[in-house]
Design a protein around this ligand. Structure first.
Ligand code: ZN
Length: 151
């Protein structure tokens, strides 16, 4: 490729708006913080949604009940809860405990609605993702202050 074409394409890259996938990454990060802060007790501990053990919030992941592959529930507050790293990353059957505790936490009706939502297809726009990033950033700040926890 001639040098002047290369130059043009790199110039175009610099001016480009953020890609959808970079916005999804950003929202994943801030949404995960929000979920962990929401589920944190003011003492700085949390109860794992799957195994029920109480652990320091520094050991919490944002665990998705329906996998993150499902874009329709990827940023759904009913679908995401503080889960210990062991359950989220290494336990093959954590989903059994997760399911039972999730039904206890949100109730059967919302659990069924969540299941239906997970199987819908969903495309997020730049605008929606940017707004959600702003929304959860503000919530993270508020909860951090209220609970005295910084993640
Ligand atoms: Zn656990």
């Amino acid at each position: 490729m001639p040098y002047y074409m290369k130059k043009k394409s790199s110039e175009r890259k610099q001016k480009k708006a953020p890609t959808l996938s970079s916005l999804v990454d950003k929202l994943d990060t801030v949404f995960s913080k929000y979920v962990r802060l929401r589920d944190a007790m003011p003492s700085g501990f949390f109860r794992c949604i799957s195994c029920g053990q109480i652990k320091p919030i520094s050991q919490a992941d944002c665990g998705h009940f329906h996998s993150r592959i499902h874009m329709s529930t990827r940023f759904d507050e009913d679908n995401c809860h503080a889960e210990c790293r062991y359950c989220n990353r290494f336990s093959a059957d954590h989903i059994i405990g997760y399911r039972a505790n999730l039904i206890k936490k949100i109730g059967e009706q919302r659990f069924i609605l969540l299941e239906a939502k997970a199987h819908q297809s969903r495309k997020w726009s730049h605008f929606e993702l940017e707004q959600l990033i702003k929304y959860y950033r503000a919530l993270v700040q508020k909860l951090s202050k209220e609970k005295g926890i910084s993640l």
